[in-house]
Design a binder for this molecule. Sequence first.
Ligand code: NAD
Length: 435
Amino acid sequence: MKISYIGSGYVGQVNAVGAAFYGHDVILMDIDAEKVDSINQGIPTIYEEHLDEQMKDIVLNKKKLRATLDLEEAVKSTEISLISVGTPDKGGMIDLSYIQEVAIGIGKALKNKNEYHTVVVKSTVVPGTTLKLVKPLVEEYSGKKAGVDFGIGMNPEFLREGVAWNDSIKPDSIVIGSQDEKTKQTLRAMYSWAPEEKITYVGINAAEAIKYAKNSFLAMKITFANEWANFCEAVGIDAKEVLEAIGADKRISPMFLRNGPGYGGSCFPKDVNAIVHAGQVNHSPFRILEQVVQTNHNQYLKLIDLAEKVVGPIRRKKVGILGLSFKPSTDDTRESPALRIIAFLVSRGCEIKAYCPQGIPMAKKWLESNRITEIQYQSDGKSCVEDVDLVIVPTDWPEFKEIIAQTTVPTFIGHRSLMDPAKYAHVYALGYPKP
Ligand SMILES: NC(=O)c1ccc[n+]([C@@H]2O[C@H](COP(=O)([O-])OP(=O)(O)OC[C@H]3O[C@@H](n4cnc5c(N)ncnc54)[C@H](O)[C@@H]3O)[C@@H](O)[C@H]2O)c1
């Protein structure tokens, strides 16, 4: 099939390379000329394991993928367009301005296209967006009718950053939201390589809701683990023992049941906020999720509390920070607890050295936009633990283990699973009450 992805960020790039991997001819469209140039040279603009070699092969050798700045050309040259632009948080609500802009652009392009086209929303959008915003805009600007002249669908994305390539080519589940048979079959054909049992067919509003239900459940599960770990630490119990034991129960499962400095990333924080807001405006509040947002917002402070118990008041201390991305194996630092920790420490007059295998460029951009400029970024982790009073490790990149094992500086790790604090006198972990 000929497929276009409108929006070439994490979701666009990973999905486009995945679709081309399965033999489709793919166009990535974006308004960012640097991204388009880079993709056309076969170089991803994001870090994801395997994506660089796959994109290089697919763009340069197989020639199954190219990028463009021209939305009309992308729509006219393909039979299906998947909208994958950002839907960021704006004051605790979803910002649909990028979706709106693209829907208008697709409508204008369809006005001049004779062949049937299918428009699919892949971005995470609150229930009602596809049918109440995207569909009417495409109809208005194209002068055509959904379900007659063009298809409309919703296909939420479930990739996890850090393992996105694998998630894209071997997804756990695929949700196809549609209201007409032709759109349903077009999307099924796009995923012809996927076994039928992996696919759930639902209506468009339900497809939008499923994405939020999943993300908010997982955010709640992490928050549950964090509150239990905080309690265990307070009463002298090793939280790992408790969380692992309850995770062994099949009804609970160990996934997303590890404590840490709070969830972050480009999805959970903004998605939980957006659905909490949607609950409020629809007079059906999500009380549990409202509390999840509050609790998660303060969880990063637990690492500071832990450090202060050992080294005394944090004010003016020299601190090494290992890990800036919101989780290992990604360069994404959006809503990373590490950045919140840095902002807090800077406000207390601390001197910061920071290192992350992939996250420095994005972290630097965010910190500088918040006028935090005095961070000493390091080119390796080892120098981050030298000449400092303490080390904080918000993100559990496995390569930090060796660096932490070799220093004697008091080190405070967010994720108990990174290494065993019982084996190292200088290592302290959230949820682990050091005797
Ligand atoms: N990143 C994830 O792990 C993930 C996972 C599942 C779902 N999602 C959802 O997928 C969507 C995209 O997320 P992302 O992380 O890829 O975002 P992103 O910010 O990485 O990428 C968005 C891209 O859209 C482009 N864009 C903005 N306006 C445009 C326009 N008018 N025309 C064309 N391109 C335009 C931007 O330049 C950018 O490259 C969001 O709704 C997000 O919630 C993301």
